[in-house]
Design a protein around this ligand. Structure first.
Ligand code: Z5A
Length: 223
């Protein structure tokens, strides 16, 4: 990255989302990209879904760790995640984009399509309309899909989580569920190749980061 001017402000901001199976390396790569862009003078906001605002983080905790004994229905899970997105988009993402910032988001509505749609089996057309409603029609400019098998992603996440010991409903859904998630992401990428860029994620972090930087630089040049 050359020609540094501080701070760099983009006229309409840039909205980049990262997607992929559990343990794909999204958080790792998002932090590396944020550091790279910040070093180039860009004003970046790093956020995540579910979550991103106070209310949305409370809903995230309910979705991920609810353990009262009452079964959470798939429909309630979808609506809680969508409610969090309604807060997150309106209170954080859209204002940041309007201020010319680069918003880097760990998961967004493609995860809803993959997890609640393809994997849980909720009607995909309903999910498409709900995604549009909850996100206020806000579409990512670029989506990086980190491509790793569910098995390898799980091994990575398990190695990390052996030290954490907090139960997570969605992670615990079983390998068949996570294979449907994986297949769902592949279908999402195939249907929208302009927006969704697939990056192989089984190699070392620095190598993956190089590829991502190339894709993001290309997107920035087109602004
Ligand atoms: N969900 C949903 O169902 N519907 C929705 O609409 C949305 C989400 C938005 C969020 O969980 C859950 O919500 C998620 C989907 C659901 N559930 N599942 N499963 P989360 O935020 O807690 O977890 P996650 O999004 O699945 O991500 P993760 O497990 O935290 O993984 P990650 O961010 O992709 O990876 P990481 O943390 O960067 O790396 C994982 C480990 O691997 C870590 O120890 C790293 O040091 C290591 N790592 C990273 N990169 C590499 C490479 N390249 N090689 C080797 N090791 C690596």
């Amino acid at each position: 990255m050359t020609d540094k001017t501080y701070p760099r402000s983009l006229r309409h901001g840039l909205f980049i989302t990262f997607e992929g199976p559990e343990g794909a390396g999204k958080t790792t790569q998002l932090q590396m990209l944020r550091d790279y862009l910040a070093a180039g003078g860009y004003d970046c906001v790093l956020t995540r879904e579910p979550g991103g605002t106070v209310v949305a983080e409370q809903l995230r905790a309910l979705v991920k760790h609810h353990d009262s004994g009452e079964i959470m229905t798939d429909e309630a899970e979808l609506l809680l995640i969508s409610a969090g997105r309604a807060q997150h988009v309106r209170n954080l993402i859209l204002p940041a984009l309007a201020a010319g910032k680069i918003v880097l988001c760990d998961r967004f509505y493609d995860s809803t399509t993959a997890y609640q749609g393809y994997a849980r089996g909720i009607d995909l057309d309903f999910i498409r309309r709900l995604n549009s409603f909850s996100s206020c029609g806000c579409v990512p400019d670029l989506t990086i899909l980190l491509d790793i098998s569910p098995e390898q992603g799980f091994d990575r996440a398990a190695a990390r989580e052996s030290t954490i010991n907090v139960s997570d409903r969605i992670e615990a859904a079983g390998m068949d569920f996570h294979r449907r998630v994986y297949d769902g992401f592949q279908k999402i990428a195939a249907a929208d190749p302009q927006r969704v860029k697939v990056v192989a994620a089984s190699g070392p972090p620095a190598e993956i980061n190089q590829q991502i930087k190339g894709i993001v630089e290309h997107a920035l040049q087109k602004l």
